[in-house]
Design a binder for this molecule. Sequence first.
Ligand code: OXD
Length: 307
Amino acid sequence: MKILFQSADADAQESMDMLTRELPQHAFHLWPQGADEAHDLAVCWKPPTGFFKGRDFKAIFNMGAGVDALLLDPELPADTPIYRLEDAGMAAQMEEYVAWAALTYLRNLDVYARQQREANWTQLEPRSREDFPIGVMGLGLLGQRVARYLKAMGFAVRGWNRSPRQIDGVQTFAGEAQLGEFLAGTRMLVCMLPLTPQTRGVLNRELLSQLPRGAYLVNVGRGLHLQEEDLLPLLDSGQLAGATLDVTPREPLPPEHAFWRHPKVTITPHISAQTLLEESMRQIARKIAAYERGEPVSGRIDRSKGY
Ligand code: OXD
């Protein structure tokens, strides 16, 4: 088969070489070279405008877990199956990242860091993990892993999902009807939702005001889940005590953006779950091989849901 390979990341050639080694029987072209030829499959990550124009791929393999950028492309063929990366080493990183944020906030380490800058030696009241309920919003593959991990650490964990999910030891809530109850008992909210037209801007004043006063926000979903202008007023009023943002409305976050300098905001540059090249390319190779044999391929996107 002929495969067109495109990646917005700097390591495009290296990634394609890895995939070529896994699937030596196929002919690969790195976008934009070879773009004039017809290709059977596309392997891509954040393709530029024009990538799909006039091309008739039989299947598309997305080199990331999120397909929000891909689905926004107006030239994306409507019926072509799309397969995404599943876990590929991302779940373990996500567990670590959210655990780090949880321990930071539980132990007031964010406050102690601010105090150190002022040579301020003040001890705060300790609190226990059981009294620090963490709410995971979005119980897909990664969300479930994070919820289980936090539970194993001894936190009280609750989860919310559009449709019902069951996770041992985790109190779960579903749909609009149970969102308020979920938020009211959540001390630290972790956004792990997919970005869709329905979830865009979901982290807004109205929703975040339903958390108990002094709650924390951790966004490891997408920057556009957050209603940008609502965050700082909520932090300044004390409704939120802190926010950790691994994703921001614009990436990279512009140097002049107020989020960088707000004392209660922690920014990391979209690293909570980085793509591990070898693991990802091996997974895509397995998916392509299964596709070629006519076997079911996991990780297929449901276009009607947007993830
Ligand atoms: C992804 C990402 O979706 O890296 O995989 O954000």
